[in-house]
Design a protein around this ligand. Structure first.
Ligand code: NAD
Ligand code: ZN
Length: 239
């Protein structure tokens, strides 16, 4: 069935986003051929054990990641979400991305399930990282290594962020999943949760995912092409 879908008829929207949202910005991928983990095994750069073994090396890797992301610009999908948030501030945006590109378009209060490349933590707490090029490795106050505030492999997801995302899904009438494969858990269990709820569920992705057939509607396309039209005119064709 193909018919028009009008986002403006919904009151409480949750956007659940993944790496595909930033694909058109050129943010390097992690998995697959050419992905970061093929050059930098995560066991050496993206887990707590690696940080304990070699904090300076792990910090240096994340500096490279920040520089790579800083060289990318937010794309039409990020901008469309930012505009939609201005018009509809009750909308909740949940992202698995750590790149901070949504924030760079002015999006506030994004639930960053996996933390951010732009945050670090030490005994003093969590705080913004100075900048992409900073060589700083230790906190000037407590002397701790500045650990990237990212959910690494083998880390538990931040409970408060996960619960905030689940609560938003429980209270929404429209759930839009965009640019995520739904393969990374426990984040993907939030998709399963939305699929068990009474809201309308929409998937935007150029490729089918393991959850595709369970969504109420599917928009096959790139985030940067679909989202501006979806949010501007309110109506797009779905299948
Ligand atoms: P994933 O790599 O598993 O899946 C990406 C999905 O995006 C795929 O289904 C793909 O078909 C789709 N896609 C590709 N181009 C698209 C486009 N232009 N528009 C819409 N969709 C598109 O990503 P994931 O599900 O987010 O899981 C990856 C994990 O790795 C997450 O935990 C995330 O934290 C992390 N990660 C983050 C970034 C980032 O911060 N930008 C980048 C890569 C990976
Ligand atoms: Zn400190």
């Amino acid at each position: 069935m193909t018919d028009a879908f009008d986002v403006t008829t919904y009151q409480r929207v949750v956007l659940f986003t993944g790496a595909g949202l930033s694909a058109e910005s050129g943010v390097p991928t992690y998995r697959g051929a050419g992905g970061i983990w093929s050059s930098y095994p995560w066991q050496e750069v993206a887990c707590e054990a690696a940080f304990e073994r070699d904090p300076a090396g792990v910090i240096a890797f994340h500096r490279l990641r920040r520089q790579a992301v800083a060289a990318c610009a937010p794309n039409a999908a990020h901008h469309a979400i930012a505009r939609f948030l201005v018009e509809r501030p009750e909308t909740v945006v949940v992202t698995q991305n750590t790149d901070g590109l949504l924030e760079r378009t002015g999006c506030r209060d994004v639930i960053e399930l996996h933390g951010s490349l732009w945050l670090v933590r030490c005994a003093c707490g969590e705080r913004p990282h100075p900048d992409a090029d900073s060589q700083q490795q230790r906190c000037e106050v407590c002397g701790d290594w500045l650990r990237p505030a990212i959910t690494w492999f083998d880390d538990a997801v931040d409970v408060a962020r996960f619960e905030a995302a689940a609560a938003a899904i429980a209270g929404c009438d429209l759930f839009i999943s965009v640019g995520t494969s739904g393969l990374v858990y426990p984040a993907a269990s939030l998709i399963e949760y939305a699929l068990s709820e009474a809201c309308t569920r929409v998937e935007i992705n150029p490729e089918p995912t393991t959850f595709s057939e369970h969504f109420d509607r599917r928009i096959s396309g790139r985030a940067g092409e679909v989202l501006p039209g979806l949010f501007a005119s309110g109506a797009v064709r779905t299948s």
